[in-house]
Design a protein around this ligand. Sequence first.
Ligand SMILES: Nc1ncnc2c1ncn2[C@@H]1O[C@H](COP(=O)(O)OP(=O)(O)O)[C@@H](O)[C@H]1O
Ligand SMILES: [Mg+2]
Ligand SMILES: [Zn+2]
Length: 261
Amino acid sequence: MDAFSKIAKQAKFRNKVVKQEMGLHCEKCGRDYDYYEFDNGQVIKDGCDCKMIALAKESTENFKKKQQRIKTNAIFKKSIINDDLADADFNNYDPTSQQLAKAKALLERYANNFTLNNKQSILLFGTYGTGKSHLSMATIKRVREKGYSVLYMNVPQLITTYKDTYNKQSQLTERDLDKAIADVDLLVLDDYGTSLSNFGVQKMFEVMESRTGKHNIITTNNSSKELIQNKDLAKIFSRMMKNTTTINMNGEDFRMRGLNF
Ligand SMILES: Nc1ncnc2c1ncn2[C@@H]1O[C@H](COP(=O)(O)OP(=O)(O)O)[C@@H](O)[C@H]1O
Ligand SMILES: [Mg+2]
Ligand SMILES: [Zn+2]
């Protein structure tokens, strides 16, 4: 006995049938069914598979979503996050200047207000060791806690990951990576810069094309002038600047603090 016949049996036991038609045909699923309407308003079409099909479809969709999440997580895990960033969050970032305090406040607000509606990107400019990676990691963690999908990619490493997909043994295909990047709710591209190969420049262009109008955080040690030094880089940069707030993070290298030379 299928699940719906069981329900029908139970319902019949407790409730009065107020309407009943036998041997009807459902155009939608192509099956014959018996129609019961009970005094509590419940309707049962015994034999019609439409509900089952809808349930199966829903679980397939959930399954697909789950698979996508597993894939995104697998890719997220691929990003080698430096040990010194593993614990990075907003609480353990101690700004050493007003500019850095402002950067922290802006990013924390961005993370707290994150929704899929108002798509916004952020470009973090600045010298080495001021906490650009630290604060982007803190942001991504907070956004992830809110249930959004996130991806943290160090740019040179992303390019290498793309190259690796051409390897026959690679489990990850170039399309998997393209899709994960295009679909993720928030993408961090850490350490973008001018030192890319031709392949890297081409890939970055494609990545930015697929990320236009979405949430991105990009960090760089280069100046905006350096980032438009040739036509190809300028094309990438103009895409990066769409709906983008720039934040300057300059200062001393935090790692060198307290060291005397
Ligand atoms: N203001 C800060 N408070 C606490 N830790 C910091 C601060 N700035 C940098 N760090 C730490 O110093 C290291 C270098 O910072 P990082 O974010 O990698 O710099 P950037 O990406 O700007 O080059 C990281 O381990 C980071 O956690
Ligand atoms: Mg960094
Ligand atoms: Zn049906």
